[in-house]
Design a protein around this ligand. Structure first.
Ligand code: FAD
Length: 445
C-alpha cells in the first residue's frame, strides 16, 4: 500500500512538473507570437511588410519553427516566430544576406524576388551576364542578387565574358563602358585594367555605390572576396570607411580614373554594333560593350528648378552631425525628408517644404515626431508649398493661396523627391524586362 502511495506521489509530482514546464513553454510561445504579431502590424502600418527586393520565402509546410533563421539574420526584425512558424516582419528592409536560407535546418527557406501581389522588374540576363541585347551586360544587384561580395564577383565575371566574346577592336572605340561605380562597377573597372581593355567608368554620384550612403557607424557584413589587381580581401565585419579606402587605394595605385558626377542618360545602339553612351552633361562615349552596374536604388528625382545645380543642393544626408549653424531647407514629405529635418533641427535652422497640405506618405512615428518638433518651434513646416528657385544665399518658396513667393535666407538644400527607377533607362536600348512575382532566385536542390 505504502509503495503504491509513494508511486502515486512520484507520478503526481512528475505530472505536475511536466505540466508546469508545458505551461511555461506555452506562455513563452504565446508571448513570442503576440510580440511578432505586434511587430507585423507595425510593419504593415509603416509599409515595411511587403518585400521590395530579394527576400526569404518561408514554406510553412516545412518550417518547424526552430528560429535558426531569426538568429542568423544580421539585420533587425526581418523574420520572427508566430504560432511556431517563421514569418516575415520588416521584409522590405531585407538586403539579401541569405543567412536565413543557409541556417534553416529543414531547408524551408528559398530566396525570391517579388511576391504574389507585388511584382519586381528584372532584366533578362544569361549566365555570361549578357542581356538580350548583344554587347550589353548587367552585373550586381540590378540583376537580382545583391550583397557586396556577389556584386564584386559578378563585375569581374562579366568582364571575363566580354574578354571571351572577342568583339573587334575598332580604333577610337572603347572596349567597355561601365555604368555605375558601386562594388560591381569598381570590380569590373579593375578587371578591365587587368585584361588591358580600354574602358571608362561613369558614376552619377561618388565611388562606392550604395556602400557610400551607409551611415558611418554601420557594420558592413561581408565575406572574403577576390578583387582584381588586389587579390583576396579578407574582411568579415568591417566599416564603410575601410571598404571605401581599400577601393580608392587600389584604383589610385593603378592610375585608374572613375568619372564621378557623370550620370548616364541614354545608351544608343549604333548600326555598326557599337553603343553610344550619353551622359547628362552632354559627354558621349562610344564602346563595343556596355556593362550596366547601377544597382536597384535608381536615381534621385530632381525638381528641375533654377539654381538646382548649385553645390549646396544634395539629394541625401550623409553626415548630419557635421552640419551646424546653417539655414537649411528640406524638400519633401516622406520619411527621408522628415528624418533629415529631425536630425538637422537641433543644430540648425530648418524649414521643411511639403507639396501636400498634410503628411500622408510617412510612418506614423515620424509624423508624430515632426509635428511635435514643429509645435515646439524646432522646425518650420511649410505645407502646400513648392521650392521654386535657389540662389547662392536665398531660396524662393511659393505657398498655395499666397500671391507672392517667400524669400528665405539659405545655406543648404536637401531634396527628397523620391527616385526614378532604372526600368525605362534599360528598356530604351531594347533590354527585356519582366515583372517577376515570387521568382525563385535561390533554393535548395
Ligand atoms: C541599408 C543597407 C545595408 C546593407 N548592408 C549590407 C551589408 O552589410 N553587407 C553586404 O554585403 N551588403 C549590404 N547591402 C547591400 C549592398 O549595399 C548592395 O547589394 C551592393 O552595394 C550592390 O552593389 P552594386 O554595385 O550592384 O550596386 P550599388 O552599390 O547600388 O551601386 C550602383 C551605382 O550606380 C550608380 N548609378 C545609378 N544609376 C546611374 C546612372 N544612370 N549613371 C551613372 N551611375 C549610376 C549609383 O549612383 C551607384 O553608385 C546593404 C544595402 C542597404 C541598402
Amino acid at each position: 500500500m505504502e509503495v503504491i502511495i509513494e508511486q502515486i506521489v512520484v507520478y503526481g509530482l512528475v505530472f505536475i512538473f511536466c505540466g508546469i514546464v508545458l505551461l511555461i513553454y506555452l506562455r513563452k510561445h504565446k508571448k513570442k507570437t503576440r510580440e511578432t504579431e505586434k511587430k507585423v502590424a507595425i510593419a504593415k502600418e509603416e509599409g515595411l511588410f511587403e518585400p521590395v527586393s530579394l527576400h526569404p520565402y518561408i514554406d510553412l509546410n516545412v518550417c518547424i519553427g526552430s528560429a535558426a533563421c531569426v538568429s542568423a539574420c544580421p539585420e533587425k526584425d526581418i523574420i520572427g516566430i508566430a504560432d511556431g512558424k517563421a514569418t516575415l516582419i520588416n521584409s522590405s528592409n531585407c538586403v539579401g544576406h541569405g543567412a536565413c536560407f543557409h541556417s534553416c535546418p529543414v531547408e524551408a527557406i528559398s530566396l525570391r524576388m517579388g511576391t504574389e501581389k507585388r511584382g519586381v522588374d528584372l532584366p533578362h540576363v544569361n549566365q555570361n551576364f549578357e542581356t538580350n541585347v548583344r554587347g550589353i551586360y548587367i552585373a550586381g544587384e540590378l540583376g537580382g542578387m545583391g550583397l557586396i561580395r556577389n556584386s564584386v564577383e559578378q563585375g569581374q565575371q562579366a568582364i571575363d565574358s566580354i574578354v571571351k566574346s572577342k568583339k573587334p577592336n575598332n580604333q577610337g572605340v572603347l572596349d567597355v563602358i561601365i555604368i555605375g561605380a558601386g562594388p560591381a562597377g569598381i570590380s569590373a573597372t579593375l578587371a578591365c585594367k587587368k585584361h588591358k581593355l580600354k574602358s571608362v567608368t561613369l558614376e552619377q554620384d561618388s565611388l562606392g555605390g550604395t556602400v557610400y550612403t551607409f551611415p558611418r557607424s554601420k557594420i558592413v557584413m561581408t565575406s572574403p572576396m577576390n578583387l582584381p589587381l588586389f587579390g583576396k580581401v579578407k574582411l568579415y565585419d568591417t566599416s564603410k570607411d575601410e571598404l571605401l579606402q581599400l577601393w580608392t587605394r587600389v584604383i589610385h595605385d593603378h592610375e585608374i580614373e572613375i568619372k564621378e558626377q557623370h550620370k548616364v542618360e541614354n545608351i544608343v545602339p549604333q548600326s555598326d554594333d557599337t553603343f553610344k553612351v550619353v551622359a547628362a552633361n552632354g559627354e558621349e562615349f562610344i564602346g563595343n560593350n556596355v556593362l550596366i552596374a547601377i544597382g536597384r536604388r535608381g536615381s534621385p528625382r530632381k525638381l528641375n528648378i533654377p539654381g538646382e545645380e548649385s553645390t549646396k543642393v544634395a539629394y541625401r544626408l550623409l553626415e548630419p552631425e557635421r552640419i551646424s549653424g546653417k539655414e537649411v531647407v528640406v524638400v519633401g514629405g516622406g520619411d527621408s525628408a522628415i528624418e533629415a529635418a529631425l536630425m538637422l533641427m537641433e543644430l540648425n535652422n530648418v524649414r521643411q517644404v511639403v507639396r501636400t497640405d498634410t503628411l500622408t506618405r510617412c510612418k506614423p512615428k515620424n509624423r508624430e515626431k515632426i509635428s511635435k518638433a514643429a509645435d515646439e518651434g524646432k522646425v518650420t513646416m511649410m505645407f502646400s508649398s513648392n521650392l521654386i528657385s535657389i540662389s547662392e544665399t536665398h531660396c524662393l518658396i511659393k505657398t498655395e493661396g499666397e500671391d507672392e513667393a517667400l524669400e528665405v535666407r539659405n545655406d543648404l538644400v536637401y531634396i527628397f523627391a523620391g527616385g526614378i527607377m532604372p526600368t525605362a533607362f534599360l528598356e530604351k536600348p531594347g533590354i527585356k524586362i519582366t515583372k517577376r512575382f515570387g521568382y525563385i532566385m535561390k533554393k535548395h536542390d
